[in-house]
Design a protein around this ligand. Structure first.
Ligand SMILES: O=P(O)(O)O[C@H]1O[C@H](CO)[C@@H](O)[C@H]1O
Ligand SMILES: O=c1cc[nH]c(=O)[nH]1
Length: 291
């Protein structure tokens, strides 16, 4: 069997993986990913124990237990380019033998749950609500670099490209799904079913104008009015598409919970962002513990 060269599977001197700085024994089978490195502690403050704390760059990890369940919490930083690093390195930690540098015959499946902040594009999904993403559309390009046609919902891709009529300078949006069994754990009477747009930026890519004019002036409105097979795009953020796509390709289960802090249709912004994210964190942990 081929072994992976030092330039491809990059290990640090202490045997940890290049960016995450983690060794295989430091990771739990259930992984919560958050964007903000300071959010890691806001999750693990509810833990019974914390066994590992590791940080390199924006990748801050704590592994411990919540109500007896072993969980790792990792910050990804912002954007799907970082997700490419986090998902590949997480998978390497469980599915590649770092001694022999060979891919393990028997694969380990991780449960990957994102807890992020997000902006709703539908007036009837208010600030301070929780959206559980069932579908995601990537306006980024990460998944296009992988042989990923089999995990893309091509009928959605085509319908969305026709609807948005974006200029050819843009990459084609790709639609991917959550793991439905994992997502079911997080459905509740007060959550909203999500079809989440992951954008390649916060300002123009999400239709925000400060000083620079937009090339696609109606893009946010067009995103909000897309309706295919009864599914409307609900909210915008910057990571979920690549988490869903790479998890499917690597054989992991993924879902994404969004604390809605902005409503782009009404112009509202939450009055207490810390409370909105804390509510989503506590809800996620309770549902995980009961699963
Ligand atoms: O709150 P996090 O998880 O960082 O998520 C959202 O917030 C960031 C933008 O402010 C982007 O990462 C977006 O996806
Ligand atoms: O509008 C928003 C709010 C949070 N995060 C985003 O990416 N967009």
């Amino acid at each position: 069997m081929n072994h992976l060269a030092a330039s491809e599977l990059i290990l640090n001197q202490d045997g940890s993986i290049y960016h995450l700085n983690l060794r295989p024994e430091q990771i739990a089978p259930t992984v919560i990913v958050v964007g903000d490195q300071d959010r890691v502690g806001k999750v693990t403050k509810y833990f019974d124990t914390i066994e590992h704390t590791v940080q390199k760059r924006e990748f801050h990890t704590q592994t411990g237990t919540y109500k007896g369940k072993q969980i790792s919490v990792i910050s990804t930083g912002i954007g799907t380019d970082n997700i490419d690093i986090v998902l590949n390195e997480l998978d390497a930690l469980v599915n590649i033998d770092f001694e022999s540098r060979q891919i393990r015959e028997e694969k380990t499946q991780l449960d990957i749950i994102r807890i992020g902040t997000s902006g709703s594009v539908q007036a009837d999904i208010p600030v301070d609500s929780i959206v559980v993403s069932k579908l995601a559309v990537g306006f980024d390009t990460v998944l296009h670099f992988y042989q990923s046609d089999d995990v893309q919902l091509t009928d959605f891709n085509e319908a969305l490209a026709d609807h948005l009529e974006m200029s050819p300078q843009h990459s084609k949006p790709y639609v991917v799904a959550c793991d439905t069994d994992l997502a079911e754990i997080f459905d509740g009477p007060n959550t909203y079913d999500g079809f989440t747009g992951s954008n390649a930026g916060f300002y123009a890519p999400q239709g925000r104008v400060l000083r620079l004019p937009l090339r696609e002036t109606q893009m946010r409105e067009k995103i909000a009015s897309f309706n295919f097979k009864g599914k409307k795009i609900t909210n915008l953020e910057m990571e979920t598409s690549a988490i869903f796509g790479l998890s499917k390709l690597l054989g992991h289960r993924a879902v994404s919970l969004n604390a809605i802090i902005a409503n782009r249709a009404t112009g509202d912004f939450t009055k207490d962002g810390a409370k909105a994210i804390d509510t989503t964190i506590r809800y996620t942990l309770e549902r995980l513990a009961g699963s």
